[in-house]
Every structure is written in C-alpha cells, then in structure tokens.
Design a protein around this ligand. Structure first.
Ligand code: FES
Length: 679
C-alpha cells in the first residue's frame, strides 16, 4: 500500500492517497468531490474554501496532525487581508496535502449544493445550473501565429476547463476584443449547456474575475397573474419575488375567451403576444430593481405556463387549442434565446427554457407541479391540485400518474368577486364567523391581529381594509356555510331566516356584510350571491376534474391531498373541504405546498438534471381531457352544491357537522347558478 498521505473529504466520505504537495483542489477533482472553483485554482475566486479538521478520527481510522496541510501561503494571506477568510478555512487550491487529513467541504463551496425548501414536505433542490462561470487566461495575439481572439479564448477554455465545442453569440464576439484587453487577457465567461446537449454557448464575457454574480428568473406565467422569482444561479437563493397582472386580461378573462379573441380578430394573437412580452420585460426590470442587481446579469429564464399562455408567449396562434383534438404546435421542452421572445430587459445572450407540455389542455405548468411535488415517486395515492385560473390536477403514485386541467376561472384569485382583489396588504385573507352570533372577524394581509383584537384599527391604519383575496373568499364562503348563513345549494339566507342583520337584501337576493369601512371613507366589503355563484362554479370545476381522474384511476378516495397554487399555502384545508373543493380526506392528510408550479420553475432553473428528469416523467403522465369527457358535466353539476349533492363527506362531517338550512325561495332568484363557463 502506498505511504502517501490519506485524504478524506466530508460530508461525501470520499477518500484517496495523494503524494505530499498535492493541492486539496486537485485531490478533490481526482476523487470527484464536489468542490467549486471559478478561477481554476488561481487563488482569486475563493469558491474552493475548505475546513481541515485535526485530531483523532477513529471513525475514519486516521489521526490528523498539525502539519497535515501546508502553511498558509502568500495568496491565502493576501486573500484573508483583503476579503477575510472565516476562521479555520483554507483555500483548497492553495493548501497542499502534507499528511493524513480530514477535510470538510462546506455547503457554500459545493457546486451541487442543496437549496433548502421551506415547505415541510419539500425535497431540496440540488444545484446543477445550466449556466456557469469560468475564469480563464487567454493567450495574447502573436503576429507569427495568427489566430482570432475568439479562437484563443476557446482554446483557453478547452485547455483550462475541458470545455469544447463552444459557440459564441455575435453579441459576445462584438465585445470580445475590448473586454480581453481590459482584463489583461484574463476574463470570466458565462457558458450555458442546454439539457441533453454536449455543446455549450458562451453567453457573456467580463474582464478579470466577475464577482457580481449571475441570475435567473423562474416565471409562472398564469392567465391572470404572472409571478417571477429572481434566483442566484450559483446558490439557488431567491433574491426577490414579484408578480403583475397578465395584461392579456383585457382581451378575455379566461383562456377560451383569449383563444376566441385570436379567432375573431385577425392579428389578435400578435396583440396578446406583444402585451405579455412587454409585461415580462416590466416584471424583469421590477424584480431586478427590487434585488438591486443589473438586469443584464439575468442570463436564464424558465417559464411554466398553460398551453394557451405557452403558445401566445412563443408567438404561436392558439387557435388549434380552442377545438378538439386540441393539438399543440409542440409539446416538447424548448431552449431558445430570450431575444426571440423580445425579452430585451435581460442580458442580450440570455437563454430561455420552457418546460414540456403534457397535452393540449395540460401544460408546462402541470409539468412544473409534477416536478415540484413528484407524485410519480409517492407510495400512497396523492391528489395534487394547483389552484389558479385553470386548476392543474395530478393524481397518482409510483405506478401511474394522471393529469388534467380544469377551467376554474379567476374567482380563486379574487377576480370576478365583488370585493375581490389580489393578495396584497389590506386584503382580507382569513375569516371566522361565530355560529351563534353570526358575527365575523377577519385578518388582513400585512397584520397579524384579528379585526376584533385591541389595536387592530391602529395597526391597519396605513393599508386600510381594501378587499378580499382568494383565500379570504374561500374561508368566508365556507364559514358562512358552517354558520348556517348559506344553504347547501349556495343561497344566502335573509336577515329573518338567519337571524343576522348582516344578511342584507340586494335586489332579489342577499349579501353578507363582512366589513363596513364607509364611515372612514373605506369600502363596504360583502359576500354577494354572485360571489357565491362564482366560487361554486370554480370549485365545482376543480372537484369535477379531480373526480374524473379518480374515475379513470378506478378509486373513490385518495390517501392525501396537496393544495398548491399562488395562494395554496394560505388555503385552510378545512375550509377547502367544507366548500367541497377537494374530495373527502383526513384533514391532517391535506397539506399545502405553496406555489408548486413556481417552485417547479425554480427547480428547472437551478438544475439541468431536473430538466432532463421532467422531460422523461412528462412522457409517462397520462392525460385526461375534461373538455370532451361527458362525465365531467355530471360531476360538475353535483359539485355545485356545498359541499356536494351526491358525494357524502363522512370524514368531514365527523369533524365539522354542517347545518342544513334551506333558503330556496322557489322564485328562481338564485343569481344564475346554472350558468357555467369554461376557461
Ligand atoms: S479555486 Fe479560486 S480561489 Fe481557489
């Protein structure tokens, strides 16, 4: 056996013997230990930091003596003086092995570090970004051996980083010469490798060592709202999140009305494409400003969206998606330059990745939910519901996964609700109604106090109580049902019928007053009969979609339910079930996953491996088409009742017995509950 020093890396446990004098970074590379380096061992990037451990390590069978690593050298001393090295840290490219040694690689020095996800159920993201930075020293031009600057840059990348087959954008080539000379032939380049591709593309070049970071945007492009997360492409950290309304709303509130707009108006699709691209540029600028970064440092963007949004983003007329057989122009994932989508706010070389679509009505957003929640890896049967203007619904386990999309409309996002608004400070997000007094109390976004707590008025003076958001309206309707203010058919009772003066006559139907701010010049916030109908339509579509998948799977119940969506994290499982949004299940088996589609976008942004994985998984998901399935209508009608006209909810009833008043006046004054829409 060799007498060379034994080097053991933690946490990987990888070990090997190396001749004395071997740099730690070299040993790590040879063992395949995940130790980062941007400068290639020149001692200037500090990405290679490690923590040596000294003493007895019976577990590893070694004793590490003081001199097991070389003394600090001038490079480390200088780095410590200028930037500061944490106590006990060494630069892996400078410290050399002198004796048996145990070396810890801290998380921030790992390329494939884990990014912790906040939700409890969460699987971590393993960083494996498509775009990475490389510092190189480029040979200077030589009259006697003529070659182009680009060719020498490529040669340097091949020699120093083993990167071959690279191509460079014209925008990089045009800036190459001044940047190389400014950096004194030392430059940092950003190289992008698309998933499933061996060729790479030079996206950007900076003089010297680039230390301002590179960033990516994960965008959930919804029919009503567009949500974006700005992520650090090295750490995966979310630096800022922001959302704006999708300006296409002016062409139609839901998907089918936008498809109709494109059908009825020549050039209508182009108008909608332009509108959404402009909004995306605005959003990118806003998020970059919030994070205080230069938007030109955004090198990648990942989109998840439903098929109609997908086509309109790409500039494809969505007309085929409006009629059977709902053919997509392409269902594959796409990697393309951001400039093809007119995303001028980003870096000129920025790349876009769009997740694959599952089918004509089941888009890249459903694929993103699958990537985030991984029903295909579940041992028990899980129903994943991503609530938005369209609900993406997945049902499955290790054996089989089914997916559909259901047209819920924008009610769950606060649109089409009389006092509805986006989830923003001032919006009512929680509601409780006392079943005896029928008096409500509520909480608004931005304040932890309930409305009947002392100090509520002062604490909310700045924002006021402005409206009611998606989670607020769901709780309000469910609480009204539990308090006996609303019957199973969805009719609000009169003041006489309910014993509450808050049930006010409004035309021929009633509305329930939650908050009257009119004395202070604020709004009167009521839940109207029309609001109840909008919520009934939305939740019936959701439930009918879930039931359709259960039929297809041949089951009458599910083991657990995951609620996702922009406000998925805020929906109370109890209220969702009282409403009959989701099938009967033990309440502790109903969990919230937050914005699963957005999270899936973030995973794809941070990991090439995840892109490859979801492309495979999508091919295995079986889609169910709600639009042509007659059973959908049947389930929909039954699900319009609260919670349901035919399905019993035994588990729910054992926890929350619902009163059974009937307020039906028989005069047809039901606010048009037979109305039904697709979107
Ligand atoms: S690899 Fe850059 S400082 Fe060590």
């Amino acid at each position: 056996m060799s007498n060379d020093p034994l080097v053991i890396f933690t946490p990987s446990g990888k070990r090997g013997r190396f001749p004395a004098g071997t740099p730690v970074l070299t040993a790590a590379r040879k063992l395949g230990v995940d130790l980062d380096s941007v400068c290639g061992g020149r001692g200037i990037c500090s990405k290679c930091q490690v923590t040596p451990s000294y003493g007895d390590f019976p577990k590893h069978g070694v004793t590490v003596s003081e001199g097991a690593l070389s003394e600090w050298n001038a490079v480390e001393a200088r780095y410590d003086r200028v930037r500061g090295l944490k106590t006990g840290r060494r630069l892996g490219c400078q410290a050399t092995v002198q004796g048996d040694i145990v070396i810890d690689v801290p998380a921030e020095s790992q390329v494939h570090r884990q990014v912790v996800r906040k939700a409890a159920s969460a699987r971590p993201i393993i960083m494996d970004p498509a775009t990475r930075l490389y510092f190189v020293e480029v040979a200077e031009p030589d009259m006697h051996e003529p070659s182009g600057d680009l060719e020498r840059l490529k040669a340097a990348l091949a020699q120093q980083w083993d990167l071959t087959g690279l191509v460079a954008d014209l925008s990089v080539v045009t800036r190459l010469q001044p940047v190389l000379r400014k950096g004194k032939w030392q430059v940092t380049v950003a190289v992008h490798h698309a998933a499933n591709s061996n060729t790479g593309q030079i996206l950007e070049i900076w003089p010297g060592l680039h230390e301002s970071g590179i960033f990516g945007l994960a965008i959930d492009l919804g029919s009503t709202t567009i949500a974006g997360h700005l992520c650090d492409l090295v750490t995966g950290e979310v630096l800022a999140s922001s959302g704006i309304m999708n300006p296409q709303i002016r062409f139609g509130e839901d998907l089918m009305s936008r498809v109709s707009y494109a059908m009825m108006n020549p050039g209508g699709d182009r108008e909608m494409t332009t509108a959404v691209r402009e909004a995306l540029n605005t959003l990118a600028g806003e998020i970059a400003a919030e994070a205080e970064i230069d938007p030109a440092l955004i090198l990648e963007t990942v989109f998840v969206c439903n098929p109609v949004m997908h086509h309109l983003l790409l500039g494809i007329d969505p007309v085929e998606l409006g009629q059977a057989p709902f053919a997509l122009a392409t269902s594959s994932s796409l990697t393309l330059p951001a400039r093809d989508l007119d995303l001028a706010a980003l870096n000129s070389g920025a790349q876009v990745y769009i997740l694959p679509c599952i089918a004509g009505h089941v888009g890249a957003d459903a694929a993103a939910v699958a990537l985030s929640e991984e029903p295909n890896l579940s041992d028990d049967l899980v129903l994943v519901v991503d609530v938005g203007t369209n609900a993406e619904i997945l049902l499955g386990n290790r054996n089989k996964v089914l997916a559909c999309s259901s047209p819920t409309g924008p009610a769950f996002e606060g649109a089409q609700i009389s006092s509805g608004q986006r989830a923003a400070p001032g919006a009512i997000e929680r509601v409780q109604i006392d079943p005896d007094t029928k008096e409500p109390r509520f909480r608004i976004i931005g304040c932890d106090l309930w409305s009947d707590d002392p100090g509520f008025a002062e604490a909310t003076a700045a924002t006021g109580v402005t409206g009611i958001c998606g989670s607020g309206i769901i709780e309000a309707v469910a609480e009204m049902r539990m308090a006996g203010l609303l019957d199973a058919a969805g009719l609000i009772g009169s003041a006489e019928q309910t014993g509450s003066a808050r049930c006010e006559l409004e035309g021929r139907v009633h509305a329930y007053l939650i908050h009257d701010g009119s004395a202070e010049g604020g709004p009167r916030i009521t839940v109207t009969q029309g609001d109840i109908r909008a919520i009934q339509l939305a939740k019936a579509a959701l439930y009918a979609g879930a039931k359709l998948l259960m039929d297809e799977m041949g089951v009458t119940s599910v083991d657990r339910v995951t609620l996702a969506g922009a406000f998925g994290a805020h929906i109370s499982p109890k209220h969702a079930m009282v409403l009959g949004m989701i099938p009967d299940a033990p309440l502790d088996k109903v969990t919230s996953a937050g914005n699963a589609a957005g999270h899936g976008a973030r995973i794809a942004l941070c990991s090439r491996e995840a892109r490859t994985r979801i492309e495979t998984v999508v091919g295995q998901i079986h889609k169910v088409e709600t639009a042509v399935e007659p059973k959908f209508q049947e389930h929909f009608v039954a699900a319009s009742a609260i919670p349901n006209a035919v399905d019993a909810f035994p588990i729910l009833n054992s926890v929350v017995p619902l009163p059974s008043p009937s307020f039906n006046t028989g005069d047809g004054a039901d606010g048009g509950r037979r109305r039904r829409r697709r979107g």
